[in-house]
Design a protein around this ligand. Structure first.
Ligand SMILES: NC(=O)c1ccc[n+]([C@@H]2O[C@H](COP(=O)([O-])OP(=O)(O)OC[C@H]3O[C@@H](n4cnc5c(N)ncnc54)[C@H](O)[C@@H]3O)[C@@H](O)[C@H]2O)c1
Length: 356
């Protein structure tokens, strides 16, 4: 892991003429740089969580821009700085417009700006919806692994909400060695469920796939449950649906009612981040007036400071940290730079002499 981080190059710095350079990296370049590196990316995300847990990062609260005339939409700013050998600052600026989906456009779109550690100069702008989905899926696969190490390994996976993030999570699970006896699927939209089943067939998944017409049926028949919906408030309210103690990757953060969390063991990526913005853990805190329902962070589990119990459902609610986007974005930048394929925007920085 340390090797992975130390293998990343120094940020761009001044070009040959002493003028800082600025590159634009397209979605196609990002996809190519990440394709087939799922194991390495899970390790990179693990190393980044460890750096963050050790305090070698700055990750202030995300800023949510919302619009009175478009209540379902938002754009989130995630500024961050990561140390170690990644050593880079930056900002992810990510839009969520759920209405896009029926127009045939993905819900989320994003850019990531990387800033040079020493000069502060931005040195790259990357298409970042792929980076964001990748770091989210890598984090989910990492959590699935760590949170099932002292419990029976899940054999039946169920996806509640089957859009782009569910697809990335399935890909990361499959390419990091997970196999299942059965795959369950549930979505409010029959088109989404069907599209996801089509993706599963194309991806070569050999497990039998069942489409469930209710969240209850999906949850009761899965021991790894992935929530990747766009639900704005809890729609799963019955703790009894989790009586078989599944591992739950609660990636969409707002599906589960406080009573479900309160009957489970709860892990998050970062406590301060996750207990905000009306997430289910935030609602549980408001309901109980305390944070006692939290068992720890994923980093606590990786360090042996907390352990998932065997006799309760285990829920991982990751808020999604800007430091992960920076680490994956810098990895992409380094891959593209090494391949000699950086598209530098000439003259991006101009009028650099103080007195002309
Ligand atoms: N925690 C993180 O780090 C992180 C990162 C990225 C995305 N996300 C979240 O992941 C979620 C999914 O993102 P996406 O890009 O795949 O969205 P998407 O729009 O492509 O897919 C969401 C799917 O959920 C379905 N859905 C909505 N409500 C549902 C419900 N109550 N039950 C079942 N299905 C339901 C929709 O029909 C749709 O098919 C979003 O909430 C997003 O904010 C979290």
């Amino acid at each position: 892991m340390t090797d992975l981080l130390s293998a990343t190059d120094r940020a761009a710095g001044p070009g040959p003429t002493g003028v800082p350079s600025f590159a634009v990296i397209s979605g196609e370049q990002v996809k190519k740089a990440l394709e087939g590196s799922e194991k390495q990316l899970v390790e990179l995300v693990e190393a980044t969580y460890r750096l963050h847990g050790a305090g070698d990062s700055v990750n202030p609260p995300s800023y949510f821009l919302r619009f009175p005339d478009r209540p379902t939409a938002r754009i989130i700013a995630l500024p961050a700085s990561i140390g170690g050998s990644v050593h880079v600052d930056g900002l992810k600026w990510i839009s969520s417009f759920p209405e896009n989906v029926k127009e045939g456009l993905p819900r989320a779109s994003a850019v990531l700006i990387l800033n040079d550690h020493d000069t502060g100069y931005p040195f790259a702008c990357l298409e970042s919806s792929i980076i964001s989905a990748t770091r989210t899926a890598a984090s989910a696969a990492l959590a699935a692994d760590w949170l099932s190490r002292n419990r029976p390994r899940p054999r039946r996976v169920g996806f509640c909400g089957t859009g782009l993030i569910a697809r990335y999570i399935h890909t990361f699970l499959a390419r990091t060695g997970w196999t299942f006896d059965a795959i369950g699927v549930h979505d409010l939209s029959a088109d989404s469920a069907e599209g996801f089943c089509g993706y599963l067939r194309e991806s070569g998944a050999e497990e039998p796939v069942t489409v469930h017409d209710s969240a209850e049926s999906l949850i009761r028949s899965s021991d790894l449950v992935v929530f990747a919906t766009v639900a704005g408030r809890p729609h799963v309210t019955v703790p009894g649906w989790f009586a078989h103690n599944p591992l739950v990757l609660h990636v969409s953060l707002r599906d589960l009612a406080p009573e479900v969390l309160l009957a489970s063991a709860n892990f998050v990526d970062d406590v301060e981040h996750c207990l905000k913005a009306e997430t289910s853990p935030h609602l549980a805190e408001q309901r109980t007036g305390s944070r006692d329902f939290l068992n720890g962070t994923l980093n606590d589990v990786m360090l042996g400071r907390a352990a998932p119990p065997q006799d309760q459902p285990v829920i991982f609610s990751p808020f999604g940290l800007g430091v992960l986007d920076l680490a994956v974005g810098k990895y992409v930048y380094d891959q593209v730079a090494r391949a000699g394929q950086l598209r530098i925007v000439e003259d991006f920085f101009h009028d650099l002499r103080r007195y002309g």
